[in-house]
Structure formats: structure tokens, C-alpha cells
Design a protein around this ligand. Structure first.
Ligand SMILES: C[S@@+](CC[C@H](N)C(=O)[O-])C[C@H]1O[C@@H](n2cnc3c(N)ncnc32)[C@H](O)[C@@H]1O
Length: 265
């Protein structure tokens, strides 16, 4: 089992309530995950989303993936996120996009979801579950709220190789991650929760390429904005963070895991 660090839900909320949320949006786009719309589309197609299905997006942040899939596939989406600022922005942007009849947002914890059992056709997540302090509890909740025969599809930042303990501690500290699952470890967590794993992909190479794009974006394009809005210290922190994760991804130590699983009928 991966070693856990003492970052709490409150630490994560402080990141997304503060400059962290704004910074990640500036770097990654409103879809706060590597690959933006491209990887949202990849997940949507792997899940075979159908009009009328009810999708739960766990850790929905600004709600951009929810808007993308509601608009393109005609699915209903409920976004669940524990950070109020993120939820408020998600609600406002969804209203502005005229999609509020298809999408709602609920403030809550992925490890203790405020939904009844067997509610959703699909449970969805993108590059956020690395923040969740107990992945077994999260997977058990995903299983509980899915209808029998329903599908779970998500991507996450995972350990994909051998990482030195001191580097791992620095990577976690830079992001306030309590721990990341390993690429294989997530499959074990899913099976333990009762899921049948249908597909798993180690997407570290693509993830590393995304960080190649973030490097000049942070070091050059966004430099004046970051310094003006957040100061030199945050600029130094952001460039250090991007370079550290980029190097670790190119060394195939960390990356993106992609998983599709099913709750048996
Ligand atoms: C990287 S953002 C998610 C990005 C989003 N999935 C997307 O693709 O646009 C991380 C989000 O996870 C949320 N989060 C972290 N732990 C959570 C938990 N235990 N329950 C609910 N939300 C959580 C944070 O509040 C934050 O908004």
C-alpha cells in the first residue's frame, strides 16, 4: 500500500479556494486536467455515453467536462465537489452556457456521497482522485451509487515507476496530495470494491507531453500574469512544480492512469 502523507481535505480546499484553482485553470484550461477536451472526449467515447444517461462527475471542479459531455452527448450530469468556490463558479458558468437544465452541482465529499444507492448510469472522474485521502472508501462509494451494470470511467495521477521516497514527498508537497495510487494499485482497489476492470492504460507518455506544453506556458507566456496577480514567490513555486512533475513523468516515475470498470449486474 502506498505511504500516506498528512494532507487533509482542508489543505486541498485551501488550494482550490485560493490562487491554486486560478493558476491551474490558467495553465490547464477550464478543464483542469492534462489534455483538456481531448482527454475528456477519449473518456466519453470509452464509456459509450448515451443520451439520457445520468452521469456523476466526482470532483467536478469548474464543471467544464460536465458541460462538454452534456452538450455533446445529451447526458444529464451531477457534479460533486467539496470546494465551495469551485461549485459556485461551476453553477454560474453552467447557467451562462444555458446547460443548467441538464447539469446540477452538489457540495460534498467523494468518500461519503450524498446520494442513494443505485442512482447513476455512469460515474466519472478526471485527474482529481489523487487528492482523495482514502481511495478504498471512494471506490466503495462509486460502486454503491452506480446502478448494476453501470460503468465507472476515470483518469488519475498515479505512480507508474520506481520513485525515490524523497522525490515522492516533494511531489506530494507541491500538490497537497495525501498519496497517489500506483497504476496497478488502482486496479486492485477497484476489484476490492466489487468492480470488474474492463480497461486500464498507463498514459504516462502522453501525460509527459502535456507537461512539455505547461513548461513554456508557465515560464514564459503566463509569467507576467502570475507575477502581477500572485507575486514572485508563487511564480517560483509554479515553475519549480511544473519542472519537477515534467522530469518525473519523462523518467516514467509518475503519470496518468486511465480506467474503465463495471459494476456487475
Ligand atoms: C484537479 S481538480 C478536478 C478537475 C476536474 N475533474 C476537471 O477535469 O476539470 C480537483 C478537485 O477535486 C476536489 N476534491 C478533492 N478531494 C475531494 C473529495 N474528497 N470530495 C470531493 N471533491 C474533492 C477539489 O475540491 C477540486 O475542485
Amino acid at each position: 500500500m502506498p505511504k500516506r502523507y498528512d494532507y487533509t481535505m482542508k489543505d486541498v480546499q485551501e488550494v482550490y479556494d485560493g490562487p491554486g484553482g486560478l493558476l491551474w485553470e490558467a495553465v490547464m484550461s477550464e478543464q483542469i486536467h492534462s489534455g483538456a477536451e481531448r482527454t475528456t472526449e477519449e473518456l466519453a467515447q470509452a464509456l459509450g455515453l448515451q443520451k439520457g444517461q445520468h452521469v456523476l462527475d466526482v470532483c467536478s471542479a469548474l464543471g467544464a467536462p460536465a458541460r462538454h459531455i452534456a452538450k455533446k452527448y445529451g447526458v444529464k450530469v451531477t457534479g460533486l465537489d467539496m470546494t465551495r468556490t469551485m461549485n459556485e463558479k461551476a453553477v454560474q458558468r453552467t447557467k451562462e452556457a444555458g446547460l443548467d437544465s441538464l447539469i446540477d452541482f452538489v457540495e460534498g465529499n467523494g468518500m461519503d456521497m450524498p446520494f442513494k444507492a443505485n442512482t447513476f448510469d455512469v460515474v466519472w472522474g478526471q485527474e482529481a482522485w489523487c487528492y482523495v485521502t482514502n481511495k478504498d472508501q471512494l471506490a466503495a462509494e462509486c460502486f454503491r451509487v452506480l446502478k448494476p451494470g453501470g460503468k465507472l470511467g476515470f483518469t488519475d495521477w498515479v505512480i507508474t515507476g520506481k520513485v525515490e521516497e524523497d522525490l515522492l514527498a516533494k511531489l506530494y508537497e507541491s500538490m497537497s496530495f495525501p498519496y497517489m495510487e500506483t497504476y496497478e494499485g488502482w486496479q486492485g482497489v477497484l476489484k476490492k470494491a466489487g468492480f470488474k476492470v474492463l480497461d486500464a492504460q498507463d498514459q504516462t507518455e502522453d501525460y509527459a507531453k502535456c507537461f512539455d506544453e505547461y513548461k513554456p506556458m508557465v515560464e514564459e507566456k503566463l509569467k507576467p500574469t502570475i507575477i502581477k496577480n500572485f507575486g514572485e514567490d508563487l511564480f517560483g513555486f509554479a515553475t519549480g512544480l511544473v519542472n519537477m512533475w515534467r522530469d518525473a513523468a519523462h523518467a516514467h516515475k509518475v503519470g496518468r492512469g486511465f480506467y474503465i470498470a463495471e459494476k456487475p449486474k
